[in-house]
Ligand binder design. Structure first.
Ligand SMILES: O=C(CO)[C@H](O)[C@H](O)COP(=O)(O)O
Length: 218
């Protein structure tokens, strides 16, 4: 079963708890949580206290995407805050293998994300240790950007690596995912679909989540 991961970056922060509850009740399996530090990306979003607060609202999987420099400094804190999956950026992590082990030693799923300009092949020697690879289909930092078409070839290359080295690997895509393109993206072999503005700018966000789920599982 393929999964929808609504990104709370596009939620209404003045009523975040209600938006997270809506994500849960609409049947999305993951809550995608974008943490930005103003260094790795030019935007600052939210951090540990916010994640702890919304952890009380839902038992859905917290899919925490760390867009921060040197994320190894904070793995224990994000685990304590309630993360289920922690994804770090290849470009922000010098000792990637060590950080992946830190995440797994906390009993969490470990993911690595690639910026649009970072080649998939760079993950070849670590792919068997990963639970998830997140392909960025926009430059990280902001919601509401357009899907970068080069993501298609990256997903196809990653599917080949998955077939060869790690059949359990989840492939996630993030950025510019819409009702209009999610069906095609799904055909490439993606398992988890992050959608921010498409969900939260919809007249009925819960219906939008259900619709996206239907399309990817058709
Ligand atoms: O990681 C992100 C930005 O860095 C967001 O999750 C992503 O951009 C989703 O937003 P949208 O669906 O509006 O493109």
């Amino acid at each position: 079963m393929k999964k929808i991961a609504p990104s709370i970056l596009s939620a209404d922060f003045s009523r975040l708890g209600e938006d997270v509850k809506m994500i849960d009740e609409a049947g999305a399996e993951y809550v995608h949580i974008d943490v930005m530090d103003g260094m790795f990306v030019p935007n600052i979003s939210f951090g540990l206290p916010v994640i702890k607060a919304i952890r009380n609202v839902t038992e859905r999987v917290f899919d925490v995407h760390l867009m921060i420099e040197d994320p190894g400094r904070y793995i224990d804190e994000f685990a304590d805050a309630g993360a289920d999956i922690i994804t770090v950026h290849y470009e922000a992590t010098v000792h990637l293998h060590r950080v992946v082990q830190q995440i797994k030693n906390r009993g969490l799923k470990a993911g690595v994300s690639l910026n649009p300009s970072t080649p998939v092949m760079l993950l070849k020697d670590i792919i068997k240790d990963l639970d998830l690879v997140l392909i960025m289909s926009v430059n990280p930092g902001f919601g509401g950007q357009s899907f970068i078409e080069g993501a298609k070839d990256k997903v196809i290359e990653l599917v080949e690596l998955r077939d060869k080295y790690n059949k359990e690997l989840l492939i996630e895509i993030d950025g510019g995912v819409k009702e209009a393109n999610i069906g095609e993206i799904s055909c490439w072999g993606v398992d988890v679909f992050v959608a921010g503005s498409e969900v939260f700018k919809a007249d009925n966000p819960a219906e939008k989540i259900k619709r996206l789920k239907e399309i990817v599982n058709a």
